[in-house]
Design a protein around this ligand. Structure first.
Ligand code: AMP
Ligand code: MG
Length: 351
């Protein structure tokens, strides 16, 4: 104490300055903490599926999550729905067989162009003109327990529906899309990924959002950072035991992850599973030895379309396709073996 008091004027000045500086730094640090983004969560339904949102933002999280849902609902109502009259896709399907076709927005035109390329590069394993065959099987109604008695389509019905199917027969000219009679479009295999892309565009326009992880059914968007600096962790469901996980992906920053699996929507008849992913070649549920495919890509429309394409193609045939898109894949076969592309190695953590 004595020693402490015995300071020269110059020394005191120095001590006061150091204390003031430390207090200022401490206050800055404290202010930094109080401004830490808070975690906002919301679970909802849109596009006929569950939408889970986790957003890290200083304030106004409820508003951000509500706007995210609104983006998805608008996308469905304006463009992608097969059931809502307001949607361009509904109008295209309803006017199938008319020579003029339907004038579509730049948004839907761009989506169709990108999907046509996936159809071509996958040799037709992905084909969004498969709508008539999808309707014929109507697996969604059984999965939603809307229909009790199962009536499987006959081989003749399947053959007839395939006669009207094929992306090569689609006419896209001068901003108009024309379907010949009997052809129906179905964007179910890419819609959730397209929603992730729309949410990404929205989040980029909101600089106050530090990070977010949004799942729209089987497609997940990661964006930005978590305040604690840990990576985004996306679990991969075990298709043979869907209440468990085969592992997870540890991701930094912006990614899209989509999974297609035969456990998601199906009906069982005499011990045989009929699921919702159709092989456009046979018209029957795809059977390439897989139970699930997970795709990692920067783009939502691609991760979703490619997960469906790869499920139809099988492991070996998917490898080149994924390389051309610089996308990574993780496959689970019917025996439960997990395989992945070389690029997936650094993100996959087995469970
Ligand atoms: P996903 O769960 O993303 O693989 O999408 C499956 C949904 O896409 C189905 O419920 C159908 O609506 C549609 N679909 C089924 N098979 C195909 C296919 N081979 N190509 C494009 N869409 C398909
Ligand atoms: Mg898909």
């Amino acid at each position: 104490m004595k020693l402490f008091l015995k300071k020269s004027k110059k020394q005191w000045k120095r001590i006061v300055w150091i204390y003031s500086f430390c207090f200022m730094v401490a206050n800055l640090g404290f202010a930094g903490c109080s401004a830490k983004p808070t975690c906002y969560q919301r679970i909802d339904t849109a596009m006929g599926t569950v939408v889970k949102e986790t957003v890290y933002v200083e304030k106004g999280g409820e508003d951000i999550t509500a706007q995210i849902r609104a983006q998805i609902v608008t996308l469905e109502e304006q463009f992608l729905s097969r059931r809502k009259e307001t949607a361009e896709l509904y109008q295209i399907n309803t006017h199938a067989g008319e020579t003029q076709g339907i004038a579509v927005s730049e948004t839907l035109w761009g989506i169709c162009m990108e999907l046509l390329e996936v159809s071509e590069r996958s040799g037709g394993a992905f084909d969004f003109t498969v709508g008539e065959t999808v309707r014929l099987w109507d697996i969604d109604s059984y999965a939603a327990k809307e229909k009790e008695e199962v009536v499987l389509p006959s081989p003749d019905q399947i053959a007839a529906s395939l006669a009207d199917t094929g992306y090569e027969k689609l006419q896209l000219q001068n901003g108009r899309i024309t379907l010949h009679k009997g052809m129906q479009l179905d964007l179910g295999a890419a819609g959730k990924g397209i929603a992730c892309d729309a949410v990404l565009t929205f989040l980029r326009s909101q600089p106050q959002v530090a990070g977010a992880i949004i799942s729209v059914g089987g497609s997940i968007l990661t964006y930005g950072k978590k305040p604690d600096g840990t990576l985004w962790n996306v679990g991969i469901v075990d298709p043979l035991n869907p209440s468990d996980y085969v592992g997870g992906l540890a991701l930094e920053g912006q990614w899209c992850v989509s999974t297609s699996g035969d456990y998601e929507r199906y009906v069982e008849v005499e011990g045989r599973r009929y699921h919702h992913i159709i092989d456009p070649d046979s018209g029957y549920p795809a059977d390439a030895g897989l139970t699930s495919v997970t795709i990692l890509s920067r783009s939502g429309v691609l991760s979703d379309a490619l997960s469906t394409a790869c499920f139809v193609l099988g492991y070996e045939e998917s490898l080149t396709l994924l390389e051309t898109y610089d996308a990574h894949g993780l496959f689970v076969d019917k025996q439960g073996n997990v395989m992945w592309t070389p690029g997936m190695e650094r993100y996959y953590m087995p469970g």
